[in-house]
Design a protein around this ligand. Structure first.
Ligand SMILES: [Zn+2]
Length: 75
């Protein structure tokens, strides 16, 4: 038996897609929160077995980002 087809299938296990910049990344297995390596936004992750899914944004993180943006535009 070859493992070729199995590898293809298991590639996406644990993978999520950032809802801010749409980059795919792998949160640490079982992590409740993960931040996107591309844009840095943090997300709550829900797990069903080994499948990861983005649940909702971590609002404190969003507020921090927004506050930083605001500061820059105000000056
Ligand atoms: Zn992102």
């Amino acid at each position: 038996m070859t493992t070729g087809t199995r590898d293809k299938k298991s590639k996406r296990i644990g993978e999520v897609r950032c809802q801010n910049c749409f980059v795919r990344f792998y949160p640490p297995q079982g992590a409740e929160q993960a931040s996107c390596p591309e844009c840095g936004w943090e997300w709550y992750i829900s797990w069903s077995g080994k499948l990861a899914k983005i649940r909702k944004p971590v609002w404190e993180s969003w507020e921090r980002h927004l506050a930083e943006d605001k500061k820059e535009t105000e000056e």
